[in-house]
Design a protein around this ligand. Structure first.
Ligand code: MG
Ligand code: ZN
Length: 376
């Protein structure tokens, strides 16, 4: 080897090793960062949101829906333990306890035994938890995460169980179940005594800094439908919930429900379904923006079941001699039932552990994944 070749070799050797070293350093840095930041989960449920509801966001939105931002998609089978077609109670309880149960069951198994939910387990392990809905907060979907009753109609008992739960944040409607009850008990004082800031007027108010927990109950029962004038409650409550639950020390699990996509389906009103779906999509954007900025966050979006047998059909009319003319350039939101259907529903995942959510699986698998990834 001549002199020039030797120096070239030495130079290359140092360049190569220092480059390797900086790559190792970078990797280590990333690992340390993600370990030092708490891992958070934001779980958004579009009640009654099947593939046509989802598709409506693409046909009726001016901009690209947030659904397009998810790299991982799955399909969830929604049958309950008692019926081919689930209700929202059994649907949400499948997510919260990981077992198929009967229609109407809230946080209980087929034999009405209470089963500890994923959010209760995590709360016991020091996670902060929160629930947001545009229905009453005691309605089947959110209730299935914090309450254990044999029937979803027991909303006064569900309200009581929420008051005595370990939840850190909740926002929705339903103050009548806490304050105008058949047993004349008013739970507002109990909420205050248990460290809550309570507001029954607006999601915009700022709690006094001493409040360790926040409660917003903004309507006697469900909130107003979006197409009849509800404001950006769901977006604002989600921003507020994330802002409150996010801390440097503790992880959080936030459940957000777009409750009224289902109600629009039951009512067979296309505008109702579409406006609720667009509102839900906007809310998903809040969760994704947080996950992108904060890192170490998992965002999962799904539905408990489809409602209305909803489809985006072609406009059709009957011409001479009973011929049917269909205009494939004109969509008419169309329903086949006033109830639920058993078609599969989409699952979207973004962020840490999102790769677990692809494929076709039972709704109970979401619980199993939450359990697995939070035990690591
Ligand atoms: Mg619901
Ligand atoms: Zn329903």
């Amino acid at each position: 080897m001549n002199k020039t070749a030797f120096y070239f070799f030495i130079g290359f050797f140092f360049f190569f090793t220092s480059n390797c070293y900086s790559k190792v350093q970078l990797k280590e840095q990333f690992r340390t960062d993600s370990v030092s930041k708490p891992f958070n989960i934001i779980f958004l449920i579009g009640d009654g949101m099947g593939l046509s509801q989802l598709s409506s966001a693409y046909f009726y939105s001016a901009s690209e829906p947030n659904f397009s931002r998810f790299p991982v998609i799955g399909l969830s089978k929604t049958q309950s333990g008692s019926h081919k077609i689930t209700d929202s109670a059994a649907g949400a309880t499948a997510f919260s306890i990981g077992k198929k149960t009967y229609n109407g069951a809230i946080g209980v198994d087929m034999d009405t035994n209470a089963v500890i939910t994923i959010t209760e387990q995590l709360s016991n392990q020091g996670w902060r938890t929160g629930y947001i809905s545009t229905s009453s907060i005691t309605h089947a979907t959110p209730a299935s995460f914090y309450a254990h009753v044999s029937s979803r109609i027991m909303q006064e008992e569900i309200a009581k169980q929420l008051v005595y739960s370990n939840v850190d944040f909740f926002a929705g409607g339903g103050y009548r179940w806490f304050m105008n009850r058949s047993d004349s008990i008013d739970y507002s004082d109990t909420l205050l005594n248990r460290g809550f800031f309570l507001d029954t007027n607006s999601i915009d108010t700022n709690p006094d800094s001493k409040a360790s927990r926040l409660a917003y109950l903004l309507a006697p029962d469900g909130l107003q439908p979006k197409h009849l004038g509800r404001d950006d409650f769901l977006v604002k409550a989600t921003e507020k919930g994330i802002g409150f639950l996010d801390s440097k020390e503790k992880p959080f699990f936030l459940v957000v429900e777009g409750s009224q996509i289902d109600w629009g389906g039951h009512a067979n009103v296309g505008e109702y379904v579409i406006e609720e779906t667009l509102d839900f999509d906007k809310t998903i954007g809040v969760a994704l923006d947080y996950a992108v900025k904060h890192g170490n966050t998992l965002v999962v979006v799904t539905a408990d079941h489809e409602t209305g047998g909803f489809t985006l059909a072609a406009e059709q009319n009957v011409g001479p001699f009973k011929t049917i003319n269909r205009d494939y350039n004109s969509i008419v939101p169309t329903f086949s039932t006033g109830g639920h259907s058993c078609t599969m529903v989409p699952v979207f995942a973004y962020g840490t552990f999102s790769d677990h959510f692809s494929g076709v699986f039972e709704n109970t698998k979401l619980y199993a994944i939450f359990k697995e990834i939070t035990s690591k």
